[in-house]
Structures are given as structure tokens and as C-alpha cells.
Write a protein that binds this ligand. Sequence first.
Ligand SMILES: C=CC1=C(C)c2cc3[nH]c(cc4nc(cc5[nH]c(cc1n2)c(C)c5CCC(=O)O)C(CCC(=O)O)=C4C)c(C)c3C=C
Ligand SMILES: [Fe+2]
Ligand SMILES: [Fe+2]
Length: 321
Amino acid sequence: MSHTSVILLQMGGPDSLEAVGPFLRNLFSDREIIRIGPAWLQPFIARMIVKRRTRVVAEKYREIGGKSPIRQLTEAQAAALERELGEGFTCTVAMRYWHPLTADTLRRVIADGPERIVALSLYPHYSRATGGSSFNDLDRCLTSLTARPQVVRVPHFFDHPLYIDALAEKIEAGLASFPERSRVRLLFSAHSLPQSFIDEGDPYLDHVRATVRLVMERFGDVGHSLAFQSRAGPVKWLEPSTDDMLKELAKTGCRELLMVPLSFVSDHIETLHEIDIEYAAEAAQLGITTFRRTESLNSSPTFIRCLARLVRDALHQTASS
Ligand SMILES: C=CC1=C(C)c2cc3[nH]c(cc4nc(cc5[nH]c(cc1n2)c(C)c5CCC(=O)O)C(CCC(=O)O)=C4C)c(C)c3C=C
Ligand SMILES: [Fe+2]
Ligand SMILES: [Fe+2]
């Protein structure tokens, strides 16, 4: 029986407080996500940034349970996807900046002898900083192999109908928790990206806007805004920031807000800390009386069906091309 190995590509996060420093060092050493100085200097500058940043970031991970939940949640997605795809498929996880690292996962996958690999990026919106970096990481590991199976790629799914369905289900459930949905403002919050990436042709912003447009076709009766969270350095980032947007909405009388985190398909520090703790406190100060967040997709059955459809369609397209 032919055997396909699906590798779910994700960023990864520290699995203990001790791992926060080395995780950040891996991230800040990657010139695809951040470019600091000339290439030869980056490892040293990265070490300096990480030295300053680790304590503050580790405190945030401590407040959400001492680690990132991204590994368990992504492994649960892989297990659910394997069940959904059925016989002939195995699904595993490869992380860019922390364990299970791509090189280790690929070694295990190759030992299993699959006919083909599907590399499935779990970033809905393509950016060279995220999915692009993960694919390049995978390619570097693949070049070291003497015999390589065929590799089929799924680079994004920002407009896939089942992804839009999965988001819409979470929004519908969020809206249902408010007494009167017409009073609720939806605030889509995507991960920010330096403006220079967009200026150089990165499609991330177009992909994010397309997702918001497609979702809002289902919610004509509700007002919405889009903003960008989690800046990580002193350059020009996408605007408006989620911070500024909260202030703006409060000023114009918004009192009931449903945050919709967009760039992540599972919970991690930016939903559990940045939104649930930091923005929630800020919203309360600004007079927003009801501040809620849609559940992350995690192992939503509709989202898992979306991933299965992406895998099957990518395989069919490759077979017929
Ligand atoms: C250094 C620049 C960064 C860019 C550009 C960036 C883009 C980007 N990131 C995600 C998704 C995630 N980022 C996460 C954490 C995280 N990201 C950066 C930096 C950049 N991200 C840092 C320094 C960190 C660590 C936390 C911190 O120091 O604030 C995570 C969370 C991992 C976890 O804890 O589970 C995710 C997921 C996207 C989608 C994106 C651009 C499109
Ligand atoms: Fe990030
Ligand atoms: Fe971030």
C-alpha cells in the first residue's frame, strides 16, 4: 500500500522556562524572519537581544503555565488529521525554532520510507518570514539526503472555504455569548510584520485582507476592524497596531468587543498572554466593558477537514500535472 507522510510545519515555542532563551536565540538568528546588521554579525547581536528579552518573555510564559502549548496542540492537530485522512497517511510535526525540529522529524519520516511527503504549512497567510522560512529549513534538510521522496507543498490556505467556515463557526459561537450581536464589534488581530517585507513583495497583507473579506461576507450585520499585534523590534511595522485600534474603538463608543486572532491556528503566547491578559486589561481601562476572544481553531473538526482537503487536493494536483 502506498504511503504518504504529511509534515505539519509550525513555528514552535519553548517547552519549559529554561527553553525560552535558546528558543529566542534560534528565532533571532534566522535572517528570514529578522535581519539585524550584516550576516556575520547577526549571531552576536541576536545573543545580545535575547539576553535582554529572555527575562521579560519568560515571565509571560510563566503566567500561561510555564511553557508554550504549541507543541501539544500541533501534535493533537496532527493526530486528528491522521485519523481524518485514514489508511496510507501518517502525520508528524516539524517546528522551525524549537523541538521537534525539522531535521529530527525528517530523519524519522525518511526512516519510515514514505513514497511521498506533503509539507503542510500551518500559517494560513504566506510570508517569507514564517512559512517561507519553514520551507527553506525543510529544503536544507532534504538536500543532505541521497535518496529523496517526492515532496508536495501546501504554502497557504487563507481563502480555503473550509478555513473560512472554521473561523466563521468560532465567530458565531463568540457572538452568541453576547446579549445583542448588533452591539458587538469584531476586531480581527493578525500578527504584525515589518512594512519592508510588504514593500519587497511579500503577499502576507493581501492574504490577511482576503481572509477578513471572505469571513465578513458571512457577517453583514456586524461591524469589524483589522489591526496588527506583536511587534518585535524598532522598525516600521504594519498599521494600525491592535493597541491603537483598541483606543480608537473605545473613543468612538465601542463597549463590547470580540477579538478574532487571525494568523495562528492554535493557542500560544499571543492569544493566551497578549490578548487574554494584556489587551484585556487595556480594554477594561479604556471602558470596554465586555472583551472576549474567539476560541483558537486548535483541533476544530471543520479545520481538520480543511487540512485533509488541502492534503488530498495537493496530491491530486501533483498527480495530474
Ligand atoms: C523578530 C521578528 C518577528 C517577526 C517578523 C514575526 C512574524 C510572525 N510571527 C508569527 C507567529 C508567531 N510568533 C511567535 C512568537 C514570536 N515571534 C517573534 C518575532 C517575530 N515574529 C518573537 C520574538 C516571538 C517570541 C515571543 C516574544 O518574544 O514575544 C509565536 C508564538 C510561539 C509560542 O510561544 O507558541 C507565533 C505562533 C507570525 C504568524 C508572523 C508573521 C506573519
Ligand atoms: Fe512572531
Ligand atoms: Fe510574535
